[in-house]
Design a protein around this ligand. Structure first.
Ligand code: PSV
Ligand code: MN
Length: 397
């Protein structure tokens, strides 16, 4: 069944404002704990990552910002931020969210903000404060810390004490935010800790965000939930409380698998997007949410994968945008369960791709960004440029 004019207009309006942030780390070589397969096109520094991200933006037209990880992308700390921001601007993109890294250094073996040693708690806080300054220097709004603190064995940590240390640390970080900056608190149930994780779920993240201050919100990484968890309900609750700061989008099958968005359960992502579109319909105002991708692929070609992800995100968001909210509400109020469900399903099952292609053409973009990217020859060029370096790396890896 073809779409109505109203649905087509809804898709155009939605795509005009739907922007997706790309993670710098998606363009670098990555792997599993069992090893790393090198990709000859992989970026090895922030300049190359920005250049690759700029290509994704060039062909999709909806990825104007790039999330960075301080340790991996700003090796000289605060001094790295302004030059990276300039480089991004030169390429037609900008630096997006800034992720502190308080989990990789040996000092963090027993935690960061909740480390039993006061000196390491201070070091972690200092790093987060530096990250806030880097974000300011790079002109970016969101600071997105993710913490690995927790414990592997019962009896080895005082969970209440850890909670209080987190409250203290996040309050101190919040106190240094500029008025337009936000602190987005991410949660994850396990890994790398396997008995208890300090910020294990959305309830803990929400409580910590509320105690930190008004510019702290919750970050929902779609891969950071137990199997079968109803993520859209979490999203609905956070939206209703004005506490949803953003997403790290990806898909998962077993745990935090970092799989391509919608590759395993596209209906789940659609249902999440539906909650956002419904909220916007009911409140009449756009939700201030950062849509960030958090995926890194060790097998797929990186830039192509990001284009695939972005196209998938647009498709699922467009489907959510054409749900007939008035009919849905009417069927729900009459307890017409079958008709209410069919109303949602019919949007999910609609083929929105021709309208998205039309939208792309109207913006001067290629109807198929993946095909256009492939035809551009960019990949071949960077493979040649980066080939020598990849071989050098593999010879000692
Ligand atoms: C951790 O699994 C995570 O989701 C955090 O957001 C990190 O910043 C990101 O992945 C990259 O390791
Ligand atoms: Mn994440």
């Amino acid at each position: 069944m073809s779409l109505t004019n109203r649905q087509e207009e809804a898709i155009f309006r939605t795509l005009d404002t739907f922007q997706i942030e790309l993670p710098s780390w998606a363009f670098a070589n990555t792997g599993t704990r069992f090893g790393k397969f090198l990709d000859p096109s992989a970026a090895s520094n922030i300049e190359e990552k920005l250049a690759d991200a700029a290509q994704v933006n060039r062909f999709t037209g909806c990825c104007p910002s790039v999330a960075v990880h301080v340790l991996w992308d700003f090796p000289d700390g605060v001094a790295s931020a302004a030059p990276a921001a300039q480089k991004a601007r030169d390429l037609g993109v900008r630096i997006g969210s800034v992720s502190p890294n308080v989990f990789q250094d040996q000092d963090y073996k027993y935690g960061s903000l909740a480390n039993p040693q006061a000196a390491i708690r201070t070091r972690s806080l200092d790093h987060i404060l530096d990250s806030i300054e880097m974000a300011r220097a790079a002109g970016s709004r969101d600071i997105t810390p993710w913490f690995t603190d927790g414990s592997n064995y019962p009896g080895t940590a005082n969970m209440r004490q850890h909670k209080r240390w987190f409250e203290e640390g996040l309050r101190a970080a919040h106190a240094t935010l500029a008025p337009d900056q936000r602190l987005l608190i991410e949660y994850k149930p396990f890994e790398p800790t396997f008995y208890h994780t300090d910020i294990a779920d959305w309830g803990m993240a929400l409580q910590l965000a509320k105690s930190a201050g008004p510019q702290a919100k919750v970050l929902v990484d779609t891969g950071h939930h137990y199997q079968t968890q109803n993520i859209e309900q979490i999203v609905a609750w956070l939206l209703d409380d004005g506490m949803l700061g953003g997403f790290h989008l990806n898909d998962r099958r077993f745990a935090d698998d970092d799989l391509t968005l919608g590759s395993i359960d596209p209906y789940q992502i659609f249902r999440i997007f539906h909650e956002i579109c419904l909220y916007q319909f009911e409140t009449g105002s756009p939700a201030d949410i950062a849509f960030m991708v958090d995926q890194s692929h060790n097998l797929k070609p990186k830039a192509e994968e990001m284009i695939q992800t972005v196209m998938r995100a647009q498709m699922l968001f467009a489907k959510a945008a054409i749900v007939d909210h008035a009919t849905l509400a009417a069927e729900q109020s009459k307890c017409n369960l079958i008709d209410a469900e069919e109303c949602l399903q019919s949007a999910f099952q609609s083929d929105v791709r021709p309208v998205i292609e039309e939208w792309r053409r109207s913006k001067g973009l290629a109807a198929n960004p993946l095909a256009a990217f492939r035809e551009s020859g960019y990949l071949k060029r960077v493979i040649e440029e980066r080939a020598g370096r990849a071989q050098a790396v593999s010879s000692y890896a």
